[in-house]
Every structure is written in C-alpha cells, then in structure tokens.
Design a binder for this molecule. Structure first.
Ligand code: GLY
Ligand code: MN
Ligand code: MN
Length: 432
C-alpha cells in the first residue's frame, strides 16, 4: 500500500490547486447472454490503488495543497456475492486500500455533485469513451445551471494521461521486482514449449503447454493473446488463430507472456518443430540473433530505440546482401529501407502494466533517449513468406527473438534469459 500511496501523492504534486482527478475502473464485458469475459482492470486505475473489481472509480482531490482520496465501488450484496463472488464494499476499502472515503458507486452522481463544489480544474481522460462520461456530463451540467446562485463550477479541463503515463514509464523498485518475476515465469513457459513440441501437434496444443507452465508457476493470466505460428504463419505478425498442425521440418514462432500481478512478460522464441534447425533456418535464425544481441549490447541511457534500430538495420541489410536475399549496393538499399520487405515492425516498445505500455517515447523525428528505470522489449525479426521474391529455399522462414529488459545506469538487465536462444542450447534442450 505504501507504493500506491506514494504514487497518488506523486501525481497530486503535479495537480493544480482546487482540482480533482477522476480515474475510472473498467467494466465487465459481455461474452454471451449473461456470461462475461474474464475481467481485466484498467491499468491506470490499478496503478493508483491496486483494486481489482469492476464498476469503481478513484478520485484524487487537491484543495489547499491537501490530497483527499475517494473511492467509489460496488456495495456489499449478499445475493450478488452468493452468485458471483466477493465484493470488498466501502468499509473494507477504507482499511485495505488506504483511501480517505469510500462511497457506493450507485451514488456516484449525487456524491460527485457535492465533491465538485469549489473545484476549478478537472483532470479526466477526454474522448476515451468511458462509461462514466455521461454521468460526469450530467453532473457538470447540473452544477453549471446553479452558477447564478453562486456555485463555482469547474472551468478548466485537463487530461491526466501525460503526467500519469510519464510516471508509469519509469519502473519503481517494487515494479521491477514484479517484472523480474513476470520475466522468469514467461521464460519457463517457453522452455516447456521447447520440451513438449512434436510434429503433428496443433498450434493451440503447444499454446496450452506454454500457458499451463504459466499457471504451474503461479500466474493465471496471459499478458496478451499468445501467438503460436508454425511455418509460414510466422510471417503473419499478429497471428492468433493457432489452429494449424505443426509440420516436421518447419519452424514455430511463439510470442507469449505471462501477466504477473498486472505486469506483462513479452517473449518471442522461434525453434524447429522437430528439434533440429535446417541449414537455411539456422542461417536466418543466427542473423536475427546477431541483430538482437547487437541491440541488447547498445541499450543504455542516452540512446533511443530508434537509434539502436538504425544500427540493427544496417547490420541486417549487410547480412541480407551477403546472402543474396537483397541485391544492389548497400547505401541505396539502406536509403530505400529495402529490409522492410522482411522486417516490417519496430525494434521494441515500453512494457509494464500494459504489454505495449504507455509513456512518451518521442516521435520519429525526435525520438526520446532511454533512461534508467525504463522497461522495454528488444524484438527484431525476419519474415520470408511464401510469396517473397527470393530463392525457394528461404521461403516460409519467419523468425523473431524477443526479450524484456530494464534500462540500468550502465546498460540493461535482461529479465527473460531463463529460456535459451542460442541454436545449440535450443537443440540441446529439445533433444535432451
Ligand atoms: N506480443 C506483442 C509484441 O511483441 O509486441
Ligand atoms: Mn511479443
Ligand atoms: Mn513485444
């Protein structure tokens, strides 16, 4: 709880006086008729209070430089709890979540009208389509209509995302400890996949081997839909059908990560379905691995991901030219970004509570330099699909190698090295 209290205070320090910030929780999403998808909390809300129920809302109110924290959540309800499960309720929320006040969410509009009196600045994520938008509009219109009788109503709207997401970009010690665990558990899932993989399995069967290990290691959610892509399917970047049979002689690309205490792991490994790389597979794989190792060696404060990627694509282009997969002269190939035919995504992204985490990383024209405490992925790939304009022997080879790192003062700490990526080590694991 000290961690959450610290975060709220840190955000409040950035707020103007006489202001309120509203952070809505997520709602449940219908799967069919009266059954719902498994609930996943809104990451910003979770970051500030760690509360995992739907239909809630957190307010930070700053008046005379004093912070008051208010939670709205579902009321205790015997029948609902018998049918659907435990609800924390208001009294327990004040104890457990260290908020100053807690009210039943059904009273949101009337209570908010009271709390907003005298509040001049309102922080809210504009144009985000939260279910709360309509209630908020109703309350604000109600207050405006009273302005002639002296009620001071909110006159400035601000968005809390820039300040909050800047905080989320830098991982505290507590967050780093959780992310280390997410990294190890995610890695062990990939180890199990390498051990269990057999030609003839469905991709979804291998997917469940990965996810079974996540559960065995104590985490029940994936951080995103797992990608298990045999052969040419690896060339579909966000392939999630996972419904094909894994073929002897093909590679399989697995991009899967566990979510541990809300934090994502995000690992990709690519390995031969039958446990032995062919010559062409080994060649492309080693090329991608060399690029990934180069990138990892460059990660440190002061350099941007885009600058690291510049060095990666230079090496990649040289290697593709040497193999005859690209033809021409190096400088014009680099100029026209010819590698994009085979490597069409970025080098990596921030990672945290969201797998593609929030935070300002700059623009293409002015990318932001890395700083200690940021967490990012490093994930180069090469995808040579069946319809690529190359010699047949390279077709159907798709490789991505992805690890998660935390930037340190002098370089980076790799969180996901508990699963091998060297060719010899993968073959030894699969055959041993
Ligand atoms: N798993 C999505 C990504 O690697 O970015
Ligand atoms: Mn990934
Ligand atoms: Mn990723």
């Amino acid at each position: 709880m000290t961690e959450f209290i610290k975060r709220r205070q840190q955000f409040a320090d950035s707020m103007l006086d006489n202001s309120m910030a509203i952070f809505p929780a997520n709602q449940e999403l219908t799967r069919s008729n009266d059954t719902e998808f498994r609930f996943r909390q809104n990451s910003d809300f979770y970051y500030l209070c760690g509360f995992n129920e739907p239909d809630a809302c957190l307010l930070l109110i700053k008046q005379d430089a004093q912070l008051t924290t208010v939670l709205f959540n579902r009321k205790k309800d015997k029948t609902a709890e018998i049918w659907h499960g435990y609800r924390m309720g208001q009294a327990e929320a004040i104890n457990t979540l260290a908020v100053d006040q807690a009210y039943v969410i059904d009273e949101f509009e009337s209570k908010l009208s009271e709390l907003l009196v005298g509040i001049e600045n309102l922080y809210y994520p504009t144009l985000s389509g939260f279910a709360l938008d309509q209630s908020l509009e109703k309350v604000l219109n109600g207050l405006r209509s009273q302005s002639r009788s002296g009620v001071i109503s909110t006159n400035q709207f601000l968005d809390w995302r820039p300040a909050l997401h800047e905080m989320r970009l830098f991982k505290s010690e507590a967050e780093q400890a959780i992310m280390r665990k997410a990294g190890v558990i995610s890695a062990l899932g990939h180890v199990r996949a390498m051990q269990q993989c057999q030609p003839g399995m469905f991709e979804f069967q291998l997917q469940l081997e990965v996810e079974y290990e996540f559960a065995r290691q104590g985490t029940r959610d994936v951080a995103y839909n797992s990608i298990v892509a045999g052969g040419n399917n690896a060339c579909i970047l966000h392939y999630t059908e996972n419904d094909q049979v894994l073929q002897d002689g093909d590679l399989v690309l697995i991009d899967a990560g566990a979510e541990y205490q809300g934090y994502a792991g995000d690992i990709t490994r690519t390995f031969p379905v039958n446990g032995r790389f062919s010559e062409e597979q080994a060649t492309i794989y080693q090329l991608v691995l060399d690029c990934q190792l180069l990138a990892l060696a460059l990660v440190k404060p002061g350099i941007s991901v885009l600058e690291i990627n510049q060095q990666v694509v230079t090496k990649m282009t040289e290697d593709l030219l040497a193999l005859g997969l690209l033809k021409g002269d190096l400088s014009s190939l680099l100029e026209e970004q010819a590698y994009r035919a085979f490597y069409m995504h970025g080098l990596g992204h921030p990672i945290g509570l969201d797998v593609h985490d929030v935070g300002n990383t700059g623009t293409i024209k002015s990318p932001r330099a890395l700083q200690a405490g940021m967490a990012i992925t490093i994930e180069p790939g090469l995808y040579i699909s069946q319809d690529a304009d190359v010699d047949d022997r390279w077709k159907g080879i798709g490789v991505r190698i992805e690890d998660d790192v935390i930037v340190t003062e002098t370089g980076c700490e790799i969180l996901t090295s508990a699963v091998p990526k060297e060719i010899k080590a993968i073959e030894a694991l699969m055959n041993g």
